[in-house]
Design a protein around this ligand. Sequence first.
Ligand code: NAD
Ligand code: UDP
Length: 362
Amino acid sequence: MKNKILVTGGAGYIGSHTCIALHEAGYDIVVYDNLSNSSPEAIKRVSTLIDQPIEFIEGDIRDAESLKQVFTAHHFFGVIHFAGLKAVGESVAKPLMYYNNNVSGTITLLEVMSEYDVKNLVFSSSATVYGDPENLPINEESPRSCTNPYGQSKLAVEHILEDLAKSDDRWNLIALRYFNPVGAHPSGQIGEDPNDIPNNLMPYISQVAVGKLKQLSIFGNDYPTVDGTGVRDFIHVTDLAQGHVAALNYLEQQTSPEKSCLDTASTKQTSSKSSSVGFLPINLGTGKGTSVLELISAFSDVSGQAIPYQFTARRAGDIASCYASANKAKSSLGWQAKLPITDMCQDTWRWQSMNPNGYNIS
Ligand code: NAD
Ligand code: UDP
């Protein structure tokens, strides 16, 4: 039997898709989420899709006692840590909330992992840690800098993970730096469900297409790009989910000679091994840039809907272009993104048109 994985934030957008990929890869999963930005309906639908109940615990990563109960009840190989707040604008308005949730919450999780000797972690980092990149495509050695509290919280956690790896070589810590996750499960049953008016491009486009929003504002058409609009590396969420499976497989391989074993006397887990992953940052992107206008055109083609738009001023803090070098993911994890922009648009449209109000089905 495969290893058991704790998935924090597993009820959210990327987490729910990754739960399916993990299940399909044979992993046993336990989802831990406080539902602050997700719905129990997502868990229900994932259970239906995998035809098996999901072990779900409603809890907060800042609650050490609750986490300890979970670690006492289960023998985890490792943790995939999605739980976090992610809205850049909100982070500027409420920095303490973001640092508390994303940084303090992660420290609490790491402390409990350490206590239970679970030292394998896959962390959701972001391309935002690269700030305004000097060179494209962006590789993992590029300088890091952030201008908003959300980005700072991701960077702070990366620094914490680096220090932790230096302090004790039994830690195996992969930071996956996501570029722009979009798309939905091909069933149309789960997808991205923003609470409010979307901040991000793809959910905004799909809500215009379905008639919930009137028109898209394109923030700037004077960037030094192919058509003047911003360029991003959009990646299908199911490809991203597979990237997490690849990261776990890598951790298993690296730690396999003397695998984690259960110390039955203490019911806590002990691990001993020869090689250490340390801190390993890896980009998850396609390596290809797509402009705002190109994405609109692709979405319009697959959905058959017009996407009315107007050009407005640049959005503060935006950069012109951002796309990944995906070489390290391929060479170290054996992973690469497969799905093109058309699939990203098609699957987003299926999810949006089947669920115009997201998980809010009442
Ligand atoms: P999401 O909001 O859909 O999922 C995050 C989940 O974490 C939610 O279900 C939320 O309820 C839960 N959560 C938040 N704080 C928690 C806490 N204190 N305790 C327990 N659960 C908590 O977001 P997502 O898009 O799925 O993103 C997942 C992770 O990936 C986040 O850490 C995010 O910062 C990171 N990320 C996302 C993107 C993106 O564009 N979606 C890009 C780069 C990085
Ligand atoms: N964008 C836009 N209108 C919107 C939302 C986004 O023109 O309503 C542009 C934005 O300026 C950027 C691109 O779309 O060039 C991607 O923005 P998103 O917020 O999705 O991702 P991020 O900027 O965080 O990479």
